[in-house]
Design a protein around this ligand. Structure first.
Ligand code: NAD
Length: 337
C-alpha cells in the first residue's frame, strides 16, 4: 500500500510513520508537511536518509496543485490526514490559521482525493469536538458536537465536512476521534513535555485554575494503532472513538511527573484558567474495541515513565526544539538537496 500521510513531522505523525514502516514491509509513505513551528524535520531524518520506502515533501495541504500532483504521480492508495494547527492556547490568540488548515486544508485534501478516486481516507480528529462532560458519562460517536475552543471548532468543522463528503459523494472517508496523547517527540508547548522541562530547570510549573480538569490520556503508539486499524479494517463513513481508559486530573499528572523526575510539588503554580476550559473528557471506545479489535496497551503511569525516559535520553532533540536549531538545520539540509 502507498500512503500519503500529512503532518508527519509533528508529534503523532512522526510516531505513526515510524510504526507503520516497521510493521508493514510492503507499505511506502509520502509525508507532506508544511513544517510549521510544530513540524520538525529532524524527527524522521534517520528514516529519510536510509529508508527507500519513505519520502518527504515540504508543502501545504491547502495547495491544490501540489496535492493533486502527489496523489496522481505517486499512485497513492490511501491518505491519512494528521496535518493541523493543534494547540488550543494558540487558537485562542488567533483562530485564523486553524480555520485555514484544519477546515480548508482538510477539505482541499478530501476534494483532491475524491477527484483522484483515492480508495481510503482517514481523517484524524479529537475528543475535543464533543465539548465538555460533567463528573460522569463518556463521549460516544453519537454524542452531539459542541466544541468550545477555536481549535476544537475547526476540527469539528472538518469532521462535518468529512461526513458531508461521505453522505454526498460516498467518498470513502473514516474519522478517528482520540483523547489526549503523550509520548516521544511531543512539542514542548503541551502539558507533559512543558512540565518536564520546567521541572528539570527548577522553574514554576503553571497549572490552569484548580488543576482539576480531567483528561483521558493515551500513549501515542496506542493511538497510532487505532489509526492503523481504522485504515485497514474500518467501515467507510464511520467515526471511531479512541482513548486510553486513563482519566487523570491535570494536577495529578503534574504530581506524578514531579515524583518521577524527583522534584518538589512546591514548583506547582496555579495560574488563571484558560477561557472556555473544558472540565472533563472521557471516551467510550467500545465501538473500536468491537469492530476493530482496539485496546489501549499501556497504563498511564508506565507510559508516563517511558515518555520521561525518552526525554531524558533525547536531550539533544529537546535542546534543538527549544533553541529553534532544527529550523536552521532544515534550511541547510533542504537547500543542499
Ligand atoms: P502537531 O502540532 O505536533 O503536528 C502537526 C503537524 O502538521 C506539524 O508537523 C505541522 O508542520 C503540520 N502542518 C500544520 N499545518 C499544515 C499544513 N497547512 N500543511 C501541511 N502540514 C501542516 O500535532 P499532533 O499533536 O501530532 O496532532 C496530529 C493530529 O492529531 C491533529 O490533527 C490533531 O488535531 C489530532 N489529535 C491530536 C491529539 C493530541 O493529543 N496531540 C489528540 C487527538 C487528535
Amino acid at each position: 500500500m502507498k500512503l500519503l500521510v500529512t503532518g508527519g513531522c509533528g508529534f503523532i505523525g512522526t510516531n505513526f510513520i515510524r510504526l507503520m514502516l516497521a510493521a508493514h514491509p510492503d507499505w511506502s509513505i509520502v509525508n507532506l508537511d508544511k513544517l510549521t513551528y510544530a513540524g520538525n524535520c529532524l524527527n524522521l531524518l534517520d528514516i529519510e536518509k536510509t529508508e527507500p520506502r519513505y519520502a518527504f515533501v515540504h508543502g501545504d495541504i491547502c495547495d491544490r496543485d501540489l496535492v493533486m500532483d502527489l496523489l496522481t504521480d505517486n499512485g497513492v492508495d490511501a491518505v491519512v490526514n494528521f496535518a493541523a494547527e493543534s494547540h488550543v492556547d494558540r487558537s485562542i490568540n488567533d483562530p485564523s490559521p486553524f480555520v485555514t488548515t484544519n477546515v480548508g486544508g482538510a477539505q482541499n485534501l478530501m476534494e483532491c482525493a475524491r477527484q483522484c478516486g483515492i480508495g481510503r481516507f482517514v481523517h484524524v480528529s479529537t475528543d475535543e469536538v464533543y465539548g465538555t462532560l460533567g463528573p460522569s458519562g463518556k463521549f460516544t460517536e453519537t454524542t452531539p458536537l459542541a466544541p468550545n475552543s477555536p481549535y476544537s471548532a475547526s476540527k469539528a468543522g472538518a469532521d462535518l465536512m468529512a461526513r458531508a463528503y461521505f453522505e454526498t459523494y460516498r467518498f470513502p472517508v473514516l474519522i478517528t476521534r482520540c483523547s489526549n496523547n503523550y509520548g516521544p517527540y511531543q512539542f514542548p508547548e503541551k502539558l507533559i513535555p512543558l512540565m518536564y522541562l520546567n521541572a528539570k530547570a527548577d522553574k514554576p510549573l503553571p497549572v490552569y485554575g484548580d488543576g482539576l480538569n480531567v483528561r483521558d490520556w493515551i500513549f501515542v503508539d496506542d493511538h497510532c494503532r487505532g489509526v492503523e486499524l481504522t485504515l485497514t479494517r474500518g467501515r467507510e463513513g464511520q467515526v471511531y472513538n479512541f482513548g486510553g481508559a486513563a482519566e487523570e486530573t491535570n494536577i495529578s499528572v503534574v504530581r506524578t511527573l514531579l515524583s518521577i523526575v524527583g522534584k518538589p510539588e512546591s514548583l506547582i503554580t496555579h495560574v488563571t484558567d484558560r477561557p472556555g476550559h473544558d472540565k472533563r473528557y472521557a471516551m467510550d471506545f467500545s465501538l473500536a474495541a468491537e469492530e476493530l479489535g482496539f485496546a489501549p496497551t499501556l497504563p498511564f503511569a508506565e507510559g508516563l515513565a517511558r515518555t520521561i525516559a525518552w526525554y531524558e535520553a533525547n536531550g539533544t532533540w529537546l535542546e534543538q526544539v527549544q533553541s529553534g536549531e532544527y529550523r536552521s538545520f532544515m534550511d541547510t539540509w533542504y537547500e543542499e538537496r
